[in-house]
Design a protein around this ligand. Structure first.
Ligand code: B12
Length: 238
């Protein structure tokens, strides 16, 4: 009897310990990014991956911390140099440590569809776009990553020439947000709109904006983006 109770308690205890570790990691990630301590960010990431913590949770912690960096920039507490330094540190950790782990978790040879993803013209923010691309890849989609500063013409050409199921556009600046609308309008003009689904994201993007410009959906983080794509492509597995 006691043994059964202990067996039930131990996994619960382990999960509990992992959750405590995770919030401690999130706190350290935030501290490292806000003090622009690149070494600490790398060390914290490595240690937490060694402990078996979930890379997706680490990505969420980095995202939340970067949003705080953005708030400090907006309020004048941080300057461009700090914005650049935090962005570069986050990018290094994501591409060198987190992406390889996500890749290993892998998609087990699934091929759920083709996503052409890019950050719109005039915009060079690529951290969020790349996280979304990695998570979609991990979920089993083929990714055509068009990079940053992607022109309307490039999106159109990719849809015309490729077997694209979904066009995914990221925009982080209020000045580049209209490029999402322009791309959708251009797809209509070229009679390509019915050929693909279009999803949009980025920190200034909202559900209302997505509806207004005629996108098929919006997600405000990478896990939601995976759920959204599966929903609009009618893929029933979780
Ligand atoms: C890091 C950063 C930079 C770095 C970017 C480095 C890089 N390689 O990407 C650098 C220093 C280059 C930079 C430059 C600039 N930046 Co900047 N930057 C940021 C910051 C702090 C973080 C962005 C980020 O990476 N966040 C982390 C990622 C993971 O989050 P995310 O991008 O939101 O992505 C998530 C979701 O939005 C969603 N998502 C994202 N894309 C997509 C796409 C799809 C299809 C879907 C479904 C979902 C989805 O999923 C992602 C994962 O969860 C933001 C602050 C903020 N609040 O966003 C400012 C911010 C975006 N920047 C800002 C500004 C003003 C600039 C500059 C104009 C500064 C200047 N004076 O030069 C330049 C513009 C350069 C250009 N032409 O693009 C402003 C924009 C204000 C506005 N509303 O227009 C912000 C909001 C800061 C602020 N609060 O003032 N920036």
């Amino acid at each position: 009897m006691n043994e059964i109770i202990i067996r039930k308690i131990i996994p619960f205890y382990k999960i509990h310990i992992l959750l405590i570790q995770m919030s401690e990691t999130a706190r350290e990630i935030k501290e490292a990014l806000l003090t622009l301590d690149r070494e600490k960010l790398i060390q914290t990431t490595k240690t937490s991956l060694d402990k078996g913590e979930n890379p997706q949770e680490l990505l969420s912690a980095i995202t939340a911390a970067l949003r705080e960096v953005g708030d400090k920039f907006e309020s004048g507490e941080f300057f461009l140099v700090e914005l650049v330094s935090a962005g570069e540190a986050a990018k290094t950790v994501i591409s060198e440590y987190l992406k390889p782990v996500l890749k290993k978790i892998g998609s087990e040879g699934k091929h759920l569809g083709v996503i052409a993803i890019g950050t719109v013209a005039g915009d060079i923010h690529d951290i969020g776009k790349s996280i979304v691309a990695s998570m979609l890849f991990t979920a089993g989609f083929e990714i055509l990553d068009l990079g940053v500063d992607v022109t309307v013409e490039k999106f159109i050409e990719t849809v015309k020439n490729g077997n694209v199921d979904v066009v995914a556009m990221s925009a982080l600046l209020s000045t580049t947000l209209p490029m999402q609308r322009e791309t959708i309008e251009a797809l209509k003009k070229k009679d390509l709109r019915d050929k693909v689904k279009v999803i949009v994201g980025g920190s200034p993007v909202t559900e209302e904006w997505a509806k207004e410009i005629g996108a098929d959906g919006f997600a405000d983080n990478a896990s939601e983006a995976v759920r959204l794509v599966k929903k609009i492509l009618d893929i029933s597995e979780r």
